[in-house]
Design a binder for this molecule. Sequence first.
Ligand code: V1P
Ligand code: CA
Ligand code: ZN
Length: 397
Amino acid sequence: EYGMEKPKGYSVSFHYNPHVEYHHFGSSHPMKPWRLTLTKQLVLAYGLEYCMELYEPRPATFDELAIFHDREYLSFLSNVTPQNAKPDDPAYLSFGFGGESNDCPVFDGLWNYVSIYSGASMNAAWNLLNKQSDIAINWSGGLHHAKKNVASGFCYINDIVLAIQLLLTQNQRVLYIDIDVHHGDGVEAAFESTDRVFTLSYHKFGIDRNGYPFFPGTGNINEMGPTDPTNRGKGHSLNIPIDDGIDDDQYKWLFKTITGAVINKYNPTAIVMQSGADSLGGDRLGRFNLNIKAHGFCVETVKSYGRPLLLIGGGGYTPRNVARTWCHETSVCVGAELHSKLPAHIPYIQAFQGEENGGGILYPDLHNTKRHENLNTPQKLQKLVEQAMENLRYMEG
Ligand code: V1P
Ligand code: CA
Ligand code: ZN
């Protein structure tokens, strides 16, 4: 041991308010807040709570949310209920509610729900600012589509933007990395005019055979934010559009190569990572073929750069696999290795049993679900990396 470098231990904080679990978007809606119950149960069953500091954050206040969002929008959000909602009111539609898809329904306790997940992200950011932890985790956050006055894609309040705004009080450069299968458009838009935030999103991009773009339809490789040369945000967004069925090795290579180049060039003093689990194989809305450990590899890679890290959730629509992934990634943060056989006595263990594939284990083979043919050829991915490197040259050093 003498003469050897002490391995760097990371201190990890876990920010979670259990009241978030009890909200329902409606039975046919894919967003299920109870996936967070499953996640917490797995984290506890593996004893990971002994490897980190637990916090139960208070809900964010109206004024705290107004740091990013319009007060008019917040007033609407804080007052609307399923009983008083007027779907034909123009304000209702203009704020992103209703519409054909009803992505953002009005449900009981909506305001409570949004202030809880936002409060947790802000609490986690504070913890990093106060140097109480090196890595702060909030699996209930990551709602990356919300705009300052519009709800979009299951997201009402953009907790990521609020957390980044806090980090900016003491950080010159914050890097945002988004591995949700959807484009992180709300975060990108919020910081399009600053060079103090760099946004990097990996996502499915393309038009399906019925002519519909994959939600939200933005994030092609040539979208690098404002083109106006006087705009300080020019070149500070990088989008990595990916096709259906990408596999573990391809994704890991893409992520490591591009993220590494961005971190080395931008040299952020803090990193915020949205770890949406809808990029896993077998996701109800996603199109990728990733296994849990390949998803976790991205967290491991980012962690290895040793910058203060805010790790947040996001999408993820096959709840048992969301829980598995976020439990695994919690273990990655604390530096523990978990056995795949699930511990006995997990509440809700039924959720993890009786699957034809993966019953009773943490690391099932999700590639086996083979739901999506891999349309990503080595040539296309090579070209994508070259274009990404070319885009990075637009960012002034
Ligand atoms: O595709 C759309 C609508 C159709 N309009 C033209 C837009 N909405 C998607 C929204 C996906 C949101 C993803 C959120 C996140 O990035 C962050 C939490 O993961 C959509 C889909 C779909 N298959 O893409 N909405 C729904 N499905 C939906 C299904 C049932 C009930 C309500 C919404
Ligand atoms: Ca993404
Ligand atoms: Zn998503």
